[in-house]
Design a protein around this ligand. Structure first.
Ligand SMILES: Nc1nc2c(ncn2[C@@H]2O[C@H](COP(=O)(O)OP(=O)(O)OP(=O)(O)O)[C@@H](O)[C@H]2O)c(=O)[nH]1
Ligand SMILES: [Mg+2]
Length: 223
């Protein structure tokens, strides 16, 4: 026998506090966006599940774009500085935000991080969120564009199981294409799943370890 329980909107824990929290986050995200615009900084969110290749993508983008733009990266991670240490090696500015137990960045944390960045001399800001396809979707940070990174090693149902994060994506990266055959995952089907949720999303296949497909990401960002 198979049973399904669906929570109704507003049920149990979905109380006013949550609504207020999301509204307050949205208000702060707008302030971040204004501040970034005022300084001419183009900000791009990078979301994706754990280990999908977010930091590898940012290493590739930093390496390719650092001569043309002054780049800053905010890295969200529960407790470590591993990712921002990797990115800093490419000669760009980094700010690590440790969220402790929180599974996502929020606009308030990003506002704090922005205070640590010289916005006047920054052209491009990438924000790597905590690895997670669920919570970050609900918390805008003040960016202009959203990249979602998935990889074939997460299996064939990654997209259909997490529709919300894909609805707001401008670019969806299907990473680790070198492992698709070994994982027996159809890249074509993943792409179809993305477009059935969000027809306007640009889908790009990459191998972020080797730099394959990075040029297309740069084109899609109009950089
Ligand atoms: N084979 C292969 N490995 C990759 C590719 N991209 C990233 N990796 C590897 O996958 C692992 C995780 O990559 P990261 O870039 O750290 O992933 P992440 O999404 O930043 O991970 P978290 O921040 O921990 O969620 C690393 O060992 C990378 O070298 C790829 O295209 N192909
Ligand atoms: Mg990372």
């Amino acid at each position: 026998m198979k049973k399904l329980i669906k929570a109704d909107e507003g049920e149990i824990f979905d109380i006013e506090l949550a609504t207020d929290l999301l509204a307050e986050n949205e208000r702060l995200a707008k302030i971040n966006l204004e501040l970034l615009k005022k300084h001419g900084v183009k900000a791009i969110d990078v979301l994706g599940s754990v280990g999908s290749g977010k930091t590898s993508l940012l290493e590739q983008l930093s390496q390719s774009l650092k001569e043309k733009y002054h780049i800053a990266v905010i890295g969200g991670d529960l407790t470590t500085t591993i990712d921002t240490d990797r990115i800093a090696k490419h000669g760009v500015d980094v700010v690590q935000v440790n969220t402790g137990k929180e599974c996502h960045l929020d606009a308030n944390l990003v506002a704090k991080a922005l205070k640590e960045i010289n916005l006047t001399q920054t052209d491009l800001l990438f924000i790597e969120n905590v690895g997670n396809l669920i919570c970050p979707a609900e918390f805008p940070l003040g960016s202009e564009k959203r990249i979602v990174v998935i990889s074939v090693t997460e299996g064939p149902f990654m997209v259909v199981k997490h529709p919300f994060v894909f609805m707001e994506a401008d670019i969806v990266i299907i990473n680790k294409i070198d492992l698709a055959e070994a994982m027996d995952v159809s890249i074509k089907n993943l792409e179809k799943d993305v477009h059935s949720i969000n027809p306007r999303a640009v889908v790009i296949k990459t191998n972020c370890r080797k730099g394959e497909g990075i040029d297309r990401v740069i084109d899609a960002l109009n950089l």
